[in-house]
Ligand binder design. Structure first.
Ligand SMILES: Nc1ncnc2c1ncn2[C@@H]1O[C@H](COP(=O)(O)OP(=O)(O)O)[C@@H](O)[C@H]1O
Ligand SMILES: O=C(O)C1=C[C@@H](OP(=O)(O)O)[C@@H](O)[C@H](O)C1
Ligand SMILES: [Mg+2]
Length: 245
């Protein structure tokens, strides 16, 4: 969505006032029906036969690592709802993520992100695709680690950029929001974010490298890694492990 001047002024005024009916919001935000996997040719290669999913699965990692796309397919494999925190924020605010960055700034976006993730974590266990910066905010990270199984989808900056293609929907890949003086190209921004954010992403319970994998292979690899992890959790406590990281 792109807003005209008057609409933008209204949107700015509304950004602090989003509705608080918790149940209604969860229903609106989650895809209640189990979806057919999207953007994958043919049917899935694998059905999930692992331990039951009794806690939310949260996907974290840099823009373009596949949180939204792999997340939707994982939810279909697990037969549980899917939710995307960016979509939840956009529904609550009535404007796009890019517009929120433009109109209200990143700090406001992070507040909204925390609130929406908190709501999603309180609903039916779902696969939750977070935005790439969510797990780098200490409060949001501790909420996620506490309530969800957190999975880091790893990939090199070059891989990420080739997947993202058009950077319009990712405000942090534009210089005006890149938090650095001077002109950086999208690959330079992604490389810098990768360095700064890796220590945060390393706090995820599970690390899965998706470099060189197709969408289908990535979804299967993540599904198997989660099954293994849940089997271990059933006999011990959650700690970080890597899968091809
Ligand atoms: N393993 C993959 N192989 C090829 N393309 C991928 C893969 N994972 C995601 N993509 C594509 O990359 C783009 C960004 O993926 P997306 O799920 O939106 O990333 P994120 O939510 O982490 O920013 C989408 O067009 C998606 O179809
Ligand atoms: O990396 C980030 O800080 C962001 C990533 C975006 O989500 P994706 O990771 O799904 O692109 C979105 O939340 C916003 O543009 C900020
Ligand atoms: Mg996404």
């Amino acid at each position: 969505m792109s807003l005209k001047a008057n609409d933008r002024a209204d949107a700015v005024a509304m950004l602090g006032l989003f509705p608080s009916t918790r149940t209604g919001r969860i229903i609106k935000t989650m895809e209640q029906k189990v979806q057919k996997p999207q953007n994958m040719a043919g049917s899935l290669t694998q059905n999930y036969n692992g331990p039951p999913i009794t806690r939310p699965i949260a996907l974290v990692g840099l823009m373009g690592c596949g949180k939204s796309m792999v997340g939707r397919n994982l939810a279909a494999m697990f037969q549980i709802p899917f939710a995307d925190s960016d979509t939840a924020i956009e529904r609550a605010a009535g404007v796009t993520v890019a517009d929120i960055f433009d109109l209200a700034g990143e700090n406001k976006f992070r507040e909204m992100e925390y609130r929406e993730i908190e709501i999603l974590l309180g609903g039916t266990p779902a696969v939750i695709a977070t935005g790439g910066g969510a797990f780098c905010q200490p409060d949001t990270a501790s909420l996620l680690r506490d309530k969800a199984l957190v999975v880091w989808l790893k990939a090199k900056p070059e891989t990420l950029l080739s997947r993202i293609g058009n950077v319009d929907s990712r405000p942090l890949l534009h210089n005006k929001h890149s938090q650095k003086q001077g002109n950086e190209t999208p690959i330079e921004i992604l490389t810098r974010l990768n360095e700064v954010r890796t220590p945060f992403y390393e706090q995820a319970h599970l690390h899965v490298n998706t470099d060189g994998l197709s969408k289908r292979q990535a979804a299967s690899k993540v599904m198997n890694a989660i099954a293994d992890k849940l089997a271990i959790i059933n006999t011990s406590t959650i700690s970080s492990t890597s899968k091809g990281a």
